[in-house]
Write a protein that binds this ligand. Structure first.
Ligand SMILES: Cc1ncc(C[n+]2csc(CCOP(=O)(O)OP(=O)(O)O)c2C)c(N)n1
Ligand SMILES: [Mg+2]
Length: 685
């Protein structure tokens, strides 16, 4: 105790060295990880976390906290050290278990695994785009909810990004839009260390980054010595002062700072320094403590729990007075931040389903989607739509849509421009921020441009809604560059991605309902360009749509065969079934708008829809056939498209690829004839 009292408060450098030591020791212990970046950015992090970041370690979910995003996620130990030292629920034991099974300190920061980690990072550049989404979230909510004298949404988004993040194309997409939207509370630190994995970046990265960001309309604070705390503090202050533009602080740093033989070299980027070098670092930086021992005085200097509690308590007081002055707004804000749907939601949906069923209209499902938004949108003000420059094609805008702009962010629609990847990662950032339910459109084919952000939504379990129109050869003349064939299947392959391909306006409403209600992960809505006929349903069938697959047309008695179809091919299936019925065949049609939801139903339901005894099954979908064999079995047939599309009118293409009712009927006949032949030959039941 007396020792502690006598100890002088540790200097900034000593505090930063604690981060360096924890990082290099954890990496050394795991013999795996990235010590260079944490050692290089430790001084910057110390200034930001000590003097600027408004957060509360005791409540990582405090809605008005500043967001901190480590876009160069390979430097995860930097973040874990900061969280541990400042008092988050991340123990020294967890630091020691860096990169081990079930630890809270995985190789790259993972949302949901570690308190205080705002987003999963590692795929370079994407954290930066997530942060743009978070800053948009803040700006939109602030514009909508704050009132004179009652500011309840007011926080910044800070990002660490490296050369890799800025080399990645997504940094251009996202930062360009951030400039246009004037995201003044977004502050990015560029770790300009001149090194990436292959060595000195002069061989492959010679952009004038400062000019590039200035051209996007950012405030650029260049030439900051990232190891001079005073210079870093001044830069942050200047960045905070400019609330009209996002800020880039270009920090010159030395990767692996403090390592006598490895600093400034790529060798410290992604491998343990080695026991000998770790010992040399201790000498060089003057850190005499053994691994994983931090002096109390250093912990005390880092501890942000007291200041965090005060910050949150002060916000609580502001919120209370806001609640008194604007009770309705305050209720709505709380509901949205809690991620809860309005109390009249189910009634709204039920009304929309019955109205759509009663209308019995034959429309393209992209248009049905717009009609659904028209009815559901007013009930869900947290919906924030957008499109990657295909608004008129995706039909993502409805009459209540209002564009968000630099000068007026109290809206619910974002013109993302032609930036599918950034749009997707930005939507993830908005979903992570909370208070908003983002959806955004493009052609299904261009989901590939955005693929990794789509995957990250699923990995993180955030409820982003991807609206993908022009879902097949049904788009016609634009040809194979625009016609999705494998995208439907590959989206279904992403764990935790829910994929809906509705067959008419009614299924489209239910798909939207499922997407909006889903909290645990993203949804892809696959919608047609072309008009699709309305399907008649009894009340029980309307109810069954939400089970992902259901009997749309049935026969009397046990079916001879089952046709399974999705989206635009359901009409072919029902037509084929009608033809077959005329010939005395008992054929059931199963509409399967969402395989993952169907798969999650109980055995009894799935057996009721697809009885195991009925092995003559045909699946039809204008896409690659692969994923349907698990539903039709080895004895079944799949009518799909296992090649690229072609440029021609849609009707001609459906004929060319054999996606016709006649072909479906013929496939069923072939199966039944083969079975009859086998039975006659005594080959089994
Ligand atoms: C999209 C993506 N591509 C490749 C990688 C693999 N990778 C991880 S770090 C890195 C180099 C990054 O260089 P920089 O950002 O300068 O990091 P530093 O070495 O300075 O810490 C690469 C290529 C990745 N994580 N993400
Ligand atoms: Mg670098």
């Amino acid at each position: 105790m007396s020792d502690n009292l006598q100890e002088a408060a540790p200097s900034r450098r000593v505090k930063a060295n604690a981060v360096r030591a924890l990082s290099m020791d954890a990496v050394q212990r795991a013999n795996s990880g990235h010590p260079g970046m944490p050692m290089g950015m430790a001084d910057i992090a110390e200034v930001l976390w000590a003097d600027y970041l408004r957060h509360n370690p005791a409540n990582p979910k405090w809605p008005d906290r500043d967001r901190f995003v480590l876009s160069n996620g390979h430097g995860s130990m930097l973040l874990y050290a900061l969280l541990h030292l400042s008092g988050y629920d991340l123990s020294l034991e967890e630091i020691k278990r860096f990169r081990q099974l079930h630890s809270k300190t995985p190789g790259h920061p993972e949302f949901g695994e570690t308190p205080g980690v705002e987003t999963t990072t590692g795929p370079l550049g994407q954290g930066l785009a997530n942060a743009v989404g978070m800053a948009i979230g803040e700006k939109v909510l602030a514009a909508h909810f704050n009132r004179d004298g009652h500011v309840v949404v007011d926080h910044r988004t800070f990002v660490f990004a490296g050369d890799g993040c800025l080399m990645e194309g997504i940094s251009h997409e996202a930062c360009s839009l951030a400039g246009t939207l004037g995201l003044g509370k977004l502050i990015v630190f560029y770790d300009d260390n001149g090194i990436s994995i292959d060595g000195d970046v002069q061989g492959w990265f010679t952009d004038d980054t400062a000019k590039r960001f200035a051209a996007y309309g950012w405030q650029v604070i260049s030439d900051v010595d990232g190891h001079d705390s005073g210079a870093v503090a001044a830069a942050i202050a200047a960045a905070c002062d400019d609330e009209a533009r996002p800020s880039l602080i270009c920090c010159r740093t030395v990767i692996g700072w403090g390592s006598p033989n490895k600093q400034g070299k790529e060798s410290c980027h992604g491998a343990a320094l080695g026991e000998d070098e770790v010992a040399l670092v201790r000498e060089t930086i003057g850190w005499p403590h053994p691994p994983f021992e931090i002096p109390d005085s250093v912990y005390a200097a880092w501890d942000a729990r007291g200041s965090g509690a005060r910050l949150e308590a002060e916000w609580d007081r502001r919120l209370a007075s806001y609640r008194a002055a604007y009770p309705q707004l305050a209720r709505d804000l709380s509901r949205r931040l809690d991620g809860e749907l309005p109390s009249d939601w189910l009634a709204t949906v039920a009304g929309c389903v019955s109205a759509t069923a009663a209308r019995a209209g034959s429309v393209a499902t992209r248009r049905a989607s717009q009609l659904a938004l028209e009815q559901l949108g007013p009930a869900v003000p947290e919906l924030v739509g957008g499109s990657a420059d295909l608004t008129g094609s995706n039909l993502t805008m409805w009459s209540g849509s209002k564009a968000i702009s630099r000068s007026d962010a109290d809206g619910n629609y974002i013109f993302y421009g032609v930036r599918e990847f950034a749009m997707s990662a930005i939507m993830n950032g908005m979903a992570l921020h909370g208070g908003l339910c983002p959806y955004g459109g493009t052609f299904l084919i261009f989901s590939d441009y955005a693929r990794n952000a789509v995957r990250m939504a699923a990995l993180m379990g955030v409820p982003t809604i991807f609206v993908y129109t022009h879902d097949s050869i049904g788009l016609g003349e634009d040809g194979p560059t625009h016609q999705a064939v494998e995208q439907t299947a590959t989206l279904r392959l992403i764990p935790n991605m829910s994929v809906w391909r509705p067959c008419d306006a009614v299924e489209t409403v239910v798909a939207w309902q499922a997407a909006i209600e889903r909290r645990a992960g993203p949804t892809s809505l696959l919608l047609s360009r072309q008009s699709l006929p309305h399907q008649e349903r009894a009340e029980a069938q309307l109810q069954a749509i939400r089970r992902g697959g259901y009997v749309l047309r049935d026969c009397n008695g046990e079916p001879d065969a089952i046709i399974i179809a999705t989206g635009s091919e359901v009409a072919l299936a029902t037509e084929a079934a009608a033809t077959l019925a005329e010939r005395g065949r008992r054929v059931r049609v199963v509409s399967m708008p969402c395989t993952d939801v169907f798969d999650a139903q109980d055995d009894a339901y799935r057996e009721a829809v697809l009885p195991a005894a009925v092995i003559s099954r045909v699946a039809v979908e204008a896409a690659v056939s692969a994923c349907w064999y698990r539903y039709v079995g080895a004895a079944g047939k799949v009518i799909g498209i296992d090649s690229f599309g072609m440029s021609a009118p849609a009707a001609k293409l459906f004929e060319h690829y054999g996606l016709t009712a006649a072909r479906v009927a013929a496939a069923v006949e072939e199966l039944l004839t083969a079975r009859q032949g086998a039975a006659a030959a005594g080959g089994g039941p």
